[in-house]
Design a protein around this ligand. Structure first.
Ligand SMILES: NC(=O)c1ccc[n+]([C@@H]2O[C@H](COP(=O)([O-])OP(=O)(O)OC[C@H]3O[C@@H](n4cnc5c(N)ncnc54)[C@H](OP(=O)(O)O)[C@@H]3O)[C@@H](O)[C@H]2O)c1
Length: 231
């Protein structure tokens, strides 16, 4: 399987190492130097690529998607911070006929955590003395805040807590590993559910799982759907 890495920072480099270990070929690598104005995403450069894996920036990702879709190549997007363009991207994917998987968090554990939070919201929302809230913390280099994962957790809670804004607090400092906690607080007790990502390898392996799954398929998928179908 031939993959292209769009974005070659912390995640892109890790995906490269894990992909090689899994017997995949990395045939194209783009970063801000050779794709500053998206000049790297030509049909010629993308010829023979089975899947592009994007871990770039919120500023670059939507134009990357447009160009890759135009070239008819399937795509896995791990980049976060662009979800206000989700509907536009859904249309681009439908019109181009490519296969597309995206997710704010490619770790298997977090995707199971999403299900736990969904169930907890279903239990707690019937008792109005419990208020839900989210706390997340990451290392100081993380650019977007709140994290895409925290926003996804917020959407899961708000599906049960209709007309209720769920507060999210974010910390960016030091070398904190990605940490997300969902709490339900009443005057007399607090329940906290917590996920800590100890290594980024889980994200890279999830992206590669998504890449293998989307080869030869069409359509627009959230990574969470894929975990539910595979599990
Ligand atoms: N879904 C998940 O599971 C998951 C997990 C971890 C991170 N993320 C997200 O993935 C994204 C990347 O994270 P990271 O930690 O790898 O960030 P990073 O280390 O800052 O890497 C970003 C990369 O994007 C490149 N880039 C900038 N503009 C570009 C363009 N026009 N075309 C192609 N590449 C471009 C940068 O190039 P230079 O090196 O030349 O600057 C850099 O290599 C973030 O949005 C982060 O939130 C998602």
């Amino acid at each position: 399987m031939n993959i292209a890495l769009i974005g070659y920072g912390k995640m892109g480099k890790l995906v490269e190492r894990r992909a090689q270990r899994q017997g995949m070929t990395v045939s194209l690598i783009l970063d801000s130097k050779n794709n500053e104005r998206f000049q790297g995403l030509t049909p010629e450069n993308l010829a023979g690529i089975d899947v592009c894996i994007d871990f770039s920036t919120p500023q670059a990702v939507v134009e990357n998607i447009r160009r890759i879709a135009r070239a008819g190549v399937n795509m896995v997007v791990g980049t976060t911070g662009w979800y206000e363009h989700l509907e536009e991207v859904r249309r681009i994917v439908a019109q181009s006929g490519i296969g597309f998987v995206y997710g704010p968090n490619f770790s298997l554990g977090m995707n199971l955590f999403f299900k736990i939070v969904e169930y907890a919201a279903h239990l707690f929302h019937r008792f109005q003395e419990f208020d839900p809230f989210i706390e997340e913390a990451h290392h100081k280099l993380k650019k977007d805040a709140p994290s895409g994962t925290a926003l996804a957790l917020g959407r899961i809670l708000e599906a049960a807590y209709v007309d209720h804004h769920v507060p999210i607090s974010s910390v960016r400092a030091g070398y904190i590993p990605g940490t997300h906690a969902v709490s339900f607080d009443s005057p007399v007790e607090t329940i906290t559910l917590k996920h800590v990502a100890r290594s980024r390898e889980g994200f890279a392996d999830g992206a590669l799982l998504a890449a293998r799954w989307i080869v030869g398929k069409k359509g627009f998928y959230a990574f969470q759907e894929l975990v539910e179908r595979t599990g």
